[in-house]
Write a protein that binds this ligand. Structure first.
Ligand SMILES: N[C@@H](Cc1c[nH]c[nH+]1)C(=O)O
Length: 392
């Protein structure tokens, strides 16, 4: 291995400099304002969890986990998401308070294979609604996400909603086994519809089955696609999934958010814990999803609780990219003083701070280039040399 250059950081790790920090905080606070207004309560969990418990239960591929050892020789992981740690807490300390409405803002960690611009550490703002298996809770979670994104100032975005059960039953019905279904799912996950089409053509299926698999690609668009999906499904499971989306759509109409919704029966997630309805948010100007979520009715079973749940996570850095807002300059004043006038400088600073103004006091002797230093401030007061009246 080559020697590391002094300023290099591990793959996918980012610094957040002051201007970006401020923007991030402002957006995080706007999201939190809305999330709290819907009665969700914020909580925290540790950055490290046991590999055996949370690491195993999380829906992230093993090779994407950061692993380390504690002094007892147990393997720990940096949490790869927040849903699994919250499921752990909801199954233990909070098990009696169900249904739970919990929220978080936290960094999560996933290793990256190469520096493809993807972070290995990123902040998620999210919620989990645990213990309510009705479709109304799916509608609540999706509506809250839309509402919070709007509050953060996001204008052009769409939430694609799909159903894991629909695709799974259709694939199994036609191709017969999980292995072959996985190949089809992979194409859809990569949104490689051309590849999917070619693969289906070469599968050696009857023309009816082939056409059904190809028709699946058309099940993306407005609510009319739900009716088409129910027609295309033959199994009860597939039809049921379609009906669930139909009911969900009606509820989303009540919430008044259907303008932001796109039906997408092709949706496949990289998270394996989703069990039925799932969704992804896309903003007009950002290539990758800025948030996602869905129902994960089997995850809490891994913590010995048979409890349904749903939730979403927004990737704060991608949301910031989508918002494209100019970096905010902080208004900070400066009092530049010479040593003999420190008391005067400090008194003035105290006065300004009491008035909620931000102010730096800086001894001029500690500054190399006064011109470039003072340029950074909104306003500069000079208290240099003897105070007026002193030299008479
Ligand atoms: N934890 C999921 C998002 C989510 C929250 N709740 C349900 N899903 C993720 O990291 O992609």
């Amino acid at each position: 291995m080559s020697k590391l250059f002094m300023f290099e950081k591990p793959l996918g790790m980012r610094d957040t400099l002051p201007q970006l920090y401020n923007r991030k905080k402002a957006v995080r606070d706007q999201l939190a304002g809305e999330i709290k207004n819907w009665g969700y309560q914020y909580m925290e969990t540790p950055t490290l969890e046991y590999y055996e418990t949370v690491g195993n239960a999380s829906a992230i591929l093993d090779q994407q986990l950061f692993k380390l050892l504690d002094r007892q020789g147990r393997t720990l992981v940096l949490r790869p998401d927040m849903t699994t740690p919250i499921a752990r807490v909801a199954s233990s300390k909070l098990a009696n308070d169900i249904p739970l409405r919990l929220a978080y803002e936290a960094n999560v960690y996933r290793t990256q294979q190469d520096e493809g611009g993807r972070p290995s550490e990123f902040e998620q703002v999210g919620i989990e609604l645990i213990g309510d298996g009705t479709i109304t809770s799916d509608a609540e979670v999706i509506s809250l996400m839309i509402s919070a994104l709007k509050k953060a100032g996001l204008q052009s975005f769409k939430v694609a909603i799909g159903h894991v059960g629909y695709i799974n039953s259709l694939f199994l019905e036609i191709v017969g086994n999980e292995e072959r279904a996985n190949i089809l799912r992979r194409y859809l996950y990569e949104k490689n519809y051309v590849g999917y089409r070619n693969h289906v053509q070469n599968l050696g299926l009857s023309s009816i089955d082939r056409d059904r698999l190809l028709k699946l690609l058309e099940l993306r668009g407005d609510e009319t696609k739900i009716v088409d999906a129910i027609d295309l499904a033959e199994s009860e499971e597939g039809k049921k999934a379609g009906r669930q989306l139909r009911d969900l759509w009606k509820l989303l109409e009540v919430y008044g958010v259907t303008n932001e919704i796109k039906i997408d029966f092709n949706l496949v997630s990289h998270m394996s814990y989703y069990s039925s309805i799932l969704f992804e948010v896309y903003a007009e100007n950002v290539g990758s999803q800025i948030g996602n979520g869905g129902r994960y009715n089997e995850l809490l079973e891994k913590f010995n609780q048979n409890t349904p749940a749903t939730g979403f996570g927004i990737q704060l850095n991608r949301l910031l990219e989508a918002l494209n807002a100019p970096e905010e300059e902080e208004k900070i004043d400066c009092i530049l003083y010479s040593t003999e006038r420190l008391a005067e400088a400090f008194a003035l600073a105290e006065e300004k701070r009491k008035a909620q103004e931000k102010v730096v006091i800086q001894n001029i002797a500690g500054v190399k280039d006064v011109d470039s230093f003072t340029q950074k401030f909104d306003d500069v007061t000079y208290l240099i040399g003897k105070a007026r009246g002193e030299n008479k």
